[in-house]
Write a protein that binds this ligand. Structure first.
Ligand code: HEM
Length: 242
């Protein structure tokens, strides 16, 4: 294709670009950081019981940061296109899988705490465990179906429905988990406000995209750009409206 255009010194003598950092290498780096953070929280506790509680809190917080990044990646890429937001969108799948890994560490910390303080599980009702259980079921479903082969077999419409619903369910569990702690400590209002902002950003991006698609549909060929779900140019599964 490029040979048909006017010769460019850059194209004629391509300089091999450095391999882009991302994909599974990014996952391994994030996983190592997450394990280091959770391990440090555990070891820095005054004792194993308090250490495991700290690890529960720290892993919930690392999960929250990664979740927010995955939840808003598409919106920021469309509202503020740039190298960082494009890279975040490109790596959204890895960020999502790192979020799932962080929550695996949350589960391990909860298990450890339960082993160290036998009164923990009997002191919790089924109702108290319900939001977390629903949250974990959603995380598992999203992680499993992020496998490209499985996603292809599901088809774009079903995949999109599952992933949009799953993300909103997890957002609701975070909202509940943080909001219920505000009376104990006013600082918990900060993550609650961040979640609210993330939801607003998503709604604004969706509205902006709808307006853009509406304008394009008035032009010839506009239909092609209004397809809701497609594999983007980089081969990643990209739901432009989520
Ligand atoms: C049945 C499953 C779950 C159980 C038993 C559980 C248990 C806990 C416990 C005991 C704490 C408090 C630790 C402490 O302060 O001593 C905690 C904190 C938290 N959990 Fe979970 N959790 C579960 C699932 C989830 C899920 C699925 C999410 C989110 C999607 C989540 C998000 C949080 C958050 C945001 C905190 C507060 C962390 C902080 O203090 O900053 N949890 N969890």
């Amino acid at each position: 294709m490029s040979t048909q255009h006017s010769p460019s010194p850059i194209r004629a003598n391509p300089i091999p670009s450095p391999r882009r950092f991302g994909g599974w290498r990014l996952f391994l780096v994030l996983a190592a950081l997450l394990m280091g953070t959770a391990g440090a929280a555990y070891l820095l506790g005054p004792d194993a019981v308090e250490g495991s509680r700290r690890a529960i809190r720290v892993t919930a917080r690392t999960s929250f940061v990664l979740f927010l990044a995955a939840f808003t990646a598409s919106s920021f890429a469309s509202l503020m296109p740039g190298p960082f937001t494009r890279a975040l969108l490109r790596e959204r799948r890895i960020v999502g899988l790192s979020f799932a890994f962080s929550h695996l560490l949350h589960a391990i910390a909860i298990y450890t705490f339960g082993q160290l303080s036998p009164e923990f599980w009997p002191g919790r009702s089924t109702l108290a465990n319900l939001p977390g259980t629903i949250g974990y079921a959603s995380i598992l479903l999203l992680a499993v179906t992020s496998h490209r082969g499985l996603a292809r077999r599901m088809g774009p419409a079903a995949w999109r429905r599952l992933h949009v619903t799953g993300m909103w369910v997890i957002a609701a569990v975070f909202t509940y988990s943080y909001f219920k702690r505000v009376p104990m400590n006013a600082w918990y209002a900060v993550p609650s406000a961040l979640l609210f902002t993330a939801v607003v950003v998503r709604l604004i991006a969706k509205r902006a995209q709808a307006l853009r698609h509406g304008t394009r549909s008035l032009m010839p060929g506009g239909w092609a750009s209004s397809r809701p779900w497609s594999a983007d140019a980089r081969g990643t599964m990209n739901d432009r409206r989520s």
